[in-house]
Design a protein around this ligand. Structure first.
Ligand code: MIG
Length: 822
């Protein structure tokens, strides 16, 4: 084997690239595929190897492949068909290299092998076929079915790039972010091209967002592939050929990360080390949000706000959709409908309502409109290949569009929010950023983009346009709000979008089918690195009946983002619009959301700090029992609460599968054994919920909005178990970034019971001290009679034992050991 240490040294060996003519493949939904024969080009044999730190280059004389050790569990592969790699720039992955302990290159008979402590990437000498093996088990996790290849793109330059992996007989696939239909992707074909998919259907593809990341699970082990390519891309999970999984793109580089498991959770967490996690949202953003296209004029907005307060239904945010603007001009107000927005926003804020406004990318062509003038003067709008402006019709009429892939444009746009922030606007909602254009759907391919200096056409920038818009919004707000946490919501996005805002799933439909779609969609987003996600509760288009709306509120209580929204031509859609008994049930669930806020907030922290997804599909809990991956209608919120939404019209019970362990029925306190199915009562006011035995679930008193009252005690619901379970409660200011300096409190609990009693140990980390001092313990499900309770070995006597054997007592200690004796 020949090794060189000179970076980028020309390789002069002769070309031995093999060429192969294949029959044309008609790819589903692929408008650029035509029927002429496709000349796919393959690499020859490995002629030369160059080592450069953690990067290994393999060349066949002309083409080169880079294998880069990113961490012990992540390896990146890139292909340069003519030996020259594209600039190493990615909107998804800000920093490629992570911590690696050791790695080495070995030459074997048929292969080169690059290995870390955990995994080995083998490159076959004869044809560059690549495989990934787990060192310990020697299990091959992923291997090429045919080596990576490409095809010249005569029209645009560059290549169409292809990778084809073996698909194991028992393999199943998850992830890919924003897809509709079943959770398991096996046997399906997908395309990524951000699309305004109004009223999309089950299995419709593509939708609004592009997350080219999937997880394969076979032989009880999981691995991930992140194909970081922003061009229109395609995935086929054994559809075209049952034994092959392929992914390819219309341009860019064949560049992908192999991310090792073996647990699905490990893969997702490691994917998040590449693309980032969601920053902590302002705490109020975890409350209930009320939206509508559109609430106007001011009187209507006030009436809705008043409607919540007078009925004691908690709500934190109210939205202004496009009609608040003057002729749909972004950053302006319709002064007839909103004569004094600053006063209105202030009055709403006094009543606990945060105002969130919509901002679209289309800027009206109007020389008397300052935003258009500034954009024009500074050359901030997108242009076509021959320098004409990119013009299209959206809500304001004829529009031009900022190039958000230009850092100067992002900076400018971020500052445009100044007036809105000064008026007290608390959050911004970016819509239509696929980008959507009336008639044509989106921009033509030839539109040029700055792409942060790595210029490209719309073919390359389309899928990141929305993400760069919300990035500009988030960064702008963060600066203007003087480092208070911004709240932003976006419709379109690309991998890494979670660093800049939350998402809603777009224009869904008021149907039972869409309740099911949304349930799976949010889980899928969660395992694809985009955890802060929600559906339009009730359905955007169409009319839900009272039952559907209530079932949707129940599911929405456990959506990370909880917002009701509806199109303008539908009937009223507030939690009280359907009368009794629905109003009361809706109130109970929205109240439950607020009661559980400290738990939800702690789960969010677990995501932000440690990369755990917020929603966890059953397959993530029991990947070794893969048949449970087909039970896609249940999930856990964090790891302690199992949510079993009711998705069938008229249902009064439902079958529930409980994963491994002991589970306590949240409503009845009945203790059930896991790894089994149960038929659970589910009348309209009752969505089956289970708490993992051993959990500590903190509760705040119900408030009408986050921060309405000072909290003087926190309820700690402790669920008895006879094995040890750890829980924690995260608290901080709720609206600053001080958590980055460890100004937070992580109170940890460990609960362990036996037939003789129960021990709860507590400790606390971080530099923040909550304002309240009292903890109200509610011990659920004690299987024995209580004899004695001690807190730090001191006996306490003022406790209550109710008729459900729940034991209540209070304590003001932070670091304690509680013992309950039978
Ligand atoms: O062309 O702003 O998905 O939530 O209410 C429709 C009006 C534009 C689409 C969004 C929807 C929003 C609507 N928008």
């Amino acid at each position: 084997m020949e090794e060189q240490n000179e970076p980028g040294k020309e390789i002069t060996n002769s070309i031995t690239t093999s060429q192969e003519v294949e029959e044309a493949v008609q790819h589903l939904n692929n408008p650029v595929t035509d029927l002429k024969p496709i000349v796919k080009q393959y690499l020859g044999s490995v002629q030369k190897v160059i080592t450069e730190g953690n990067r290994f280059f393999f060349a066949d004389g002309s083409a080169r492949v880079e294998v880069r050790v990113v961490s012990d569990e992540i390896i990146r592969v890139r292909l340069a068909p003519h030996g020259v790699f594209l600039d190493d720039f990615s909107y998804a992955v800000p920093v490629v290299d992570q911590k690696v302990t050791t790695f080495k290159l070995e030459e074997l008979d048929e292969y080169y092998a690059v290995s870390t402590n955990t995994i080995t990437c083998k490159i076959r000498k004869s044809d560059f076929a690549i495989s990934f093996t787990e060192n310990q088990s020697q299990m091959v996790m992923s291997e090429d079915a045919s080596p990576m290849h490409w095809e010249e793109n005569v029209e645009f330059g560059g290549y169409y790039v292809y990778a084809t992996k073996k698909c194991q007989a028992e393999e199943n696939f998850f992830g890919l972010g924003d897809k509709s239909g079943n959770m398991n992707l096996r046997g399906r074909h997908f395309q990524n091209w951000n699309t305004d998919a109004y009223s999309f259907g089950w299995d419709q593809d593509p939708l609004y967002r592009t997350i080219p990341f999937y997880v394969g699970v076979h032989d009880k082990a999981a691995y991930g592939i992140f194909f970081d390519n922003t061009f229109r891309s395609y995935f086929d999970f054994g559809k075209e050929d049952n034994s092959k999984t392929s992914f390819w793109a219309d341009g860019g580089e064949l560049q992908y990360y192999y991310i090792h498991g073996p647990h699905l959770m490990d893969v997702v967490k490691r994917y998040q080390t590449l693309t980032g996690t969601h920053p902590m949202p302002p705490k109020w953003a975890l409350g209930y949000h009320q939206c509508r296209w559109s609430y106007y004029p001011e009187k209507k907005v006030k009436e809705i706000a008043e409607g919540f307060r007078s009925r004691n239904i908690p709500c934190d945010a109210i939205y202004l959709d496009i009609d608040y603007m003057d002729g749909y001009r972004c950053f302006t107000w319709n002064k007839t409908h909103f004569p004094d927005p600053k006063r209105m926003i202030k009055e709403l804020a006094n009543d606990g309502f945060k105002t969130v406004v919509m901002i679209d990318p289309g800027i009206k062509v109007d020389d008397n409109y300052w935003v258009f003038k500034e954009g024009k003067e500074n050359n901030y709008f997108c242009r076509r290949s021959d320098d004409y402006f990119m013009e299209g019709h959206v809500w304001p009429g004829r529009c031009q569009f900022p190039d958000f892939t230009n850092p100067n444009v992002r900076e400018w746009w971020g500052n445009l929010y100044k007036e809105l922030v000064d008026m007290g606007v608390a959050g911004v909602w970016n819509d239509m950023n696929e980008p959507a254009v009336f008639g044509s759907g989106t921009f033509p391919n030839d539109v040029r983009h700055n792409y942060d200096g790595y210029r490209g056409s719309h073919r390359k920038a389309h899928n990141v346009y929305g993400m760069q818009m919300v990035r500009s919004t988030y960064d702008g707000l963060k600066k203007l709000m003087r480092n208070k946490r911004p709240f932003t919501i976006t419709r379109a996005g690309y991998s890494g979008m979670q660093r800049y805002g939350c998402v809603w799933t777009g224009d869904n439909v008021a149907s039972w089918e869409h309740l099911k779609i949304g349930n799976i969609q949010c889980q899928r987003m969660s395992v694809s690195g985009v955890p802060f996600c929600g559906t339009d509760i009730g359905g955007f288009s169409g009319e839900p009946d009272a039952e559907l709306f209530t079932r949707w509120i129940q599911l929405g209580t456990f959506s990370p983002f909880m917002r009701a929204h509806s199109a303008g031509d539908t009937s009223e859609r507030e939690p009280w619009s359907f009368g009794e008994p629905y109003t009361s049930i809706n109130r109970t669930y929205i109240e439950l959301r607020y009661r559980l806020l400290p738990y939800l907030y702690s789960v969010f922290w677990e995501h932000h700090r440690y990369g755990f997804p917020i929603l966890r599909p059953l397959v993530m809990l029991e990947q070794e029992n893969i048949s449970n991956s087909f039970r896609q209608d249940e999930f856990t919120f964090g790891d302690k609460i199992l949510v079993c939404p009711v998705l069938e019209q008229g249902a009064t019970s439902r079958k529930v599968y409980l994963p491994k362990g002991m589970w306590v029925n949240f409503w009845t306190h009945e203790v059930l054994t896991g790894e089994s199915e149960h038929n659970i009562e589910a009348p309209l006011d009752h969505m089956p919920l289970f708490v993992r035995a051993g959990s500590v679930i903190p509760e705040y008193p119900v408030m009408q909005y986050v921060g309405e009252k000072d909290i003087d005690e926190v309820l700690l619901n402790v669920y008895f178990s006879d094995y040890e379970v750890n829980s924690f409660l995260f608290e901080d200011h709720g609206d600053t970034f001080a958590y980055e300096q460890d100004i937070y409190s992580e109170k940890k609990f460990s609960v362990k019971g036996s037939q003789f009693g129960l021990t709860i140990e507590q400790s606390r980390d971080g530099l923040y001290t909550p304002n309240y001092e009292l903890y109200n313990y509610n011990i659920v499900g004690l299987p024995f009679n209580v004899n004695k309770i001690t807190v730090d070995d001191k006996e306490i006597t003022d406790y209550v034992l109710d008729d459900r054997n729940c034991l209540r007592f209070k304590s003001n200690k932070n670091f304690i050991i509680i013992k309950i004796y039978s």
